[in-house]
Ligand binder design. Structure first.
Ligand SMILES: Nc1ncnc2c1ncn2[C@@H]1O[C@H](COP(=O)(O)OP(=O)(O)O)[C@@H](O)[C@H]1O
Ligand SMILES: [Mg+2]
Length: 372
């Protein structure tokens, strides 16, 4: 068992900096997800833990030991890649045993570890098969098994589900979570998929352009994104952003005023911050699920009570049965709303949308930083 620590790590390839001043503490037994768009430096970070790349600057620790310069085989890590190439001529057993054989483990030890891993992964019936006689999901489990038998201190996974179809990806995702609960090993998991990050991580580090944007628990990132990048990256459909927002007073209440669109009351706890930011360029943010047809919300009151609403015209309505995915235009901006199926929306018509003002966000347009 071991923690993993990045201490002001930089990585430069041919004078191009791809990882910039990263400091992360992965706790013992934690499941940490590194998520970000393609090319943001995720694999480079993982490969630096594994020892396949060396940091240009800064230290990497596994446990209490600085591992800079330590050979990959002496780092006590196990890694699963996206392309988990199995040896096609070997059985499942031999594929899983291969790394241990290379390390001259005694035969009975190898057998014991492979059988245990096969049991955890439900692979016992397939131990004598060759990879081509397995489904994609089973092959992926063999790749996991190959890593489990190592009984390493740290488990590294680089987009291990990318080659699976959507349904299998969801199933295998759950298997990896169970696996972590069972083997209780520190895991660092890389993905570009924010749903994987949200569902799997104890904590998530969002990376963009080689820089950590935010590190926190999934709900923390969803509820309190630190900047526009994280706000737009976490959550699906993505948060709506409306630039040109003003902070002012409407009916004695601090409000975000969206010229020609509507107004939204600022929650009391954020009033001070909103007022202090009033002279900056501001962008308003609201998630699609936090919009609703005003008529449904105000069924028991009159419309005068709705202090937070925006007007929009409806472009497209997608009925998913349990909800409507509605594409709208407001103030020349495209937005999305996830509405109750009972909402009265028709393409081409106008709609007034209630805004759940407890769920609003405000950003500095120029720096991207969240005001609240
Ligand atoms: N060995 C290398 N030599 C030069 N550039 C590299 C090398 N490995 C990665 N890069 C570059 O570093 C950046 C980050 O790559 P990578 O860590 O693989 O991103 P991710 O895994 O997030 O998609 C990319 O621009 C990539 O082209
Ligand atoms: Mg990668």
């Amino acid at each position: 068992m071991a923690q993993v620590r990045f201490d002001h790590v930089y990585k430069t390839f041919n004078k191009v900096e791809v990882v910039h001043d990263i400091s992360i503490d992965v706790k013992d037994k934690e499941f940490l997800v590194l998520v970000g768009p393609s090319g943001c430096g995720k694999s480079t970070c993982l490969r630096m833990i594994a020892g396949l790349e060396e940091p240009t600057e800064g230290e990497i620790y596994i446990g209490d030991r600085v591992v800079n310069g330590v050979d990959p085989k002496d780092r006590d890590i196990a890694m699963v890649f996206q392309n988990y190439a199995l040896y096609p001529h070997m059985t499942v057993f031999d594929n899983m045993a291969f790394g241990l054989k290379l390390r001259h483990f005694p035969k009975d030890q190898i057998k014991k570890r492979v059988e245990e891993a096969a049991e955890i992964l439900g692979l016992q019936p397939f131990l004598k098969r060759k990879p081509k006689e397995l489904s994609g999901g089973q092959r992926q489990r063999v790749a996991l098994g190959r890593a489990i038998v190592r009984e390493a201190q740290v488990f590294l996974m680089d987009e291990p589900l990318s080659n699976l179809d959507a349904k299998l990806r969801v199933a295998t995702r759950a298997e990896i979570i169970k696996l972590h609960q069972r083997i209780q090993t520190t895991m660092v998991y890389v993905t570009h998929d924010q749903v994987e990050a949200m569902t799997m991580g104890d904590r998530i580090a969002v990376l963009n352009g080689g820089v950590i944007q935010q590190l926190g628990a999934p709900q923390e990132l969803y509820d309190h994104p630190a900047n526009i990048f994280v706000a737009g990256f976490i959550g699906s459909p993505a948060m709506n952003f409306i630039p040109g927002a003003k902070v002012g007073t409407v009916d004695g209440r601090t409000s975000v005023i969206l010229e020609g669109i509507g107004k939204v009351e600022v929650p009391q706890i954020y009033e001070e911050r909103a007022r202090a930011a009033a002279d900056r360029n501001l962008t308003f943010g609201i998630r699609p699920v936090h919009l609703e047809d005003v008529n449904l919300v105000s069924a028991n009151s009159n419309h005068g009570d709705i202090r937070s609403a925006i007007d929009a015209s409806v472009d497209v309505v997608e009925n998913l049965g349990n909800e409507l995915q509605v594409y709208l235009t407001t103030g020349g901006k495209n937005i999305v709303a996830t509405l109750d199926p009972r909402a009265h929306v028709t393409a081409g018509n106008k709609i007034r949308l209630f805004v759940d003002s407890d769920q609003i966000h405000l950003f500095d347009t120029d720096t991207g930083e969240a005001i609240f």
